[in-house]
Design a protein around this ligand. Sequence first.
Ligand code: PMT
Length: 216
Amino acid sequence: FTPKLLAGKKIMITAGSTMEMLDPVRGITNLSSGKMGFALAQMAMRMGAETTLVYGHTHAPRPLVSHAHFAATADDMYHTVMQHIAAQDVFFGVAAVADYKPNMRSSQKIKKSEDILTIDLIKNKDILADVASLPNPPYCVGFAAETEQVIEYAKQKRLAKRLPMIVANQVMTAMGNDNNQVTIIDSKGEHTLDTDLKTNIAFKLLTHLKTQLDLD
Ligand code: PMT
């Protein structure tokens, strides 16, 4: 039995990785499997929320949610999120969104020629930062996957993006695995959760979220 703590709430979650295309067959991506975001979406449904999933590339089985939108690139994800954000009470940025995209996308397959091929990358827009800066933003929860100084970098991201809450996790522990180990960072400080299945972590995160929403 899962308590319907989030009944009446509208929650949007991004999940998975984006793919920044270089040409019609190649792209720059990362190792996010989508499992953490999907676990949160599935649990948000079970806890009674109207749940919108904006998902990038993933091989994980997608949960049944109220609304699901595929977004291939960071730009697609940005536009899809912005199209549906006005109605949301909560926004979770779990997707591993590419920070940069190729400056040029070749319409034809790039041919092998020189020994060194240089690709210019330009910065993508930051979805989470822009959502958090909306005039009437939803409650924004970021994720930070780091290889070092996990808590410190997560704290910096929380402040830079002006988020009430961020969830810090270690890349090697979190990416692609069924388990995760996270620390929640909010205005009250740090709350470290034990290593657990992503489903159970999702339940604990959403229960913590509920207490924060009740305080607002
Ligand atoms: O998918 P899994 O294999 O289950 O792995 C889960 C995960 C490791 C991908 C997940 O738990 C996680 O940590 N996701 C965030 C990855 C990350 O480090 O993102 P970031 O540091 O690049 O960005 C910080 C936050 O800003 C994230 O909430 C991200 O979604 C958001 N962001 C980043 C860049 C951008 N252009 N737009 C964004 O919204």
